[in-house]
Design a protein around this ligand. Structure first.
Ligand code: SAH
Length: 253
């Protein structure tokens, strides 16, 4: 059996209880070594066999899994953050299905959630934004034309940009083609939840220069939008003049 596990954003105590238990029980662990915190591997049994997938192809990963299955071993495939975004689990699941190998998925805390926590921010604010766009700049992996940042930026909503910290000047140009202005707040969050974390508030206009001045490396997210501003409307949910399924209006009592 193969368990795909979201490792969380980096801090070793931000893995789920279920993910931690699966790691403790695993006979074989294949971890995405470029981003997964190696501290997590301290949970593994002394006899556990570990492989860093940064050095492996998909075929080599599958060969390790096939061997483990033949020996009736439990395999954990550990991916950074959550497994549902930019994790490459789909191609592995499809291959496992063809090979007749069962698998399950344990989600993790995505870096986009950890980055908001580090920036002490909430993406969805009444009167400001009720949607979050998770996206990336085109790199070696193509992005469909209709999803180009310049086009998504036309919504002016909260945006989180993955895998693009090495392309900040181009990203800044694309953002400015949409509804954002040079004054729209932005924040670069480098290695959210790691000891070396950096939270760099800036604006769309200063994004590239702030990134360069702080020598922001690859493991960063770019947050964009007015949710990073001071002002917004308070929630309806906790407003005394609103009733909910659990609470009557205060003045109705
Ligand atoms: N599945 C992962 C994303 C993997 S793609 C998740 O849910 O977070 C790798 C990209 O994620 C990096 O290039 C970076 O943009 C972002 N990332 C991953 N961990 C991060 C962290 N701790 N802090 C900031 N960005 C991070």
């Amino acid at each position: 059996m193969v368990h795909f596990v979201g490792a969380g954003p980096g801090a070793p105590d931000l893995i789920t209880l279920r993910g931690a238990k699966l790691l403790e029980e695993a006979d074989v662990v294949i971890y995405a070594g470029s981003l997964v915190n190696p501290e997590l591997l301290k949970r593994c049994k002394a006899t556990c066999e570990t492989h860093n997938s940064a050095y492996l192809t998909l075929e080599q990963v599958l060969a390790i899994i096939e061997r483990a299955e033949a020996g009736n071993k439990a395999t954990v495939r550990l991916h950074t953050g959550d497994t549902a975004v930019y994790s490459t689990i789909r191609e592995q699941m499809d291959a496992l299905e063809k090979m007749g190998i069962p698998y399950d998925i344990t989600p993790g805390v995505s870096s986009f959630c950890a980055a908001a926590a580090s920036a002490q921010a909430e993406y969805t604010l009444p009167g400001i934004s009720q949607s979050v766009i998770l996206t990336r700049m085109e790199g070696r992996t193509p992005v469909p034309e209709r999803e180009k940042i310049a086009s998504l930026a036309s919504h002016g909503t909260s945006m989180v940009i993955f895998l693009s910290a090495g392309m900040l000047p181009a990203l800044q140009r694309e953002l400015l083609q949409g509804a954002y202005t040079a004054d729209t707040p932005a924040c670069i969050v480098y290695k959210a939840s790691w000891p070396e974390e950096k939270v760099l508030p800036c604006t769309v206009g200063t994004l590239a220069s702030v990134g360069q001045e702080n020598a922001v490396g690859k493991t960063a997210l770019i947050l964009i939008g007015d949710f990073l501003n001071e002002s917004f409307d308070r929630s309806c949910l906790y407003d005394p003049s609103f009733c909910t399924g659990f609470r009557e209006k205060e003045n109705a009592k």
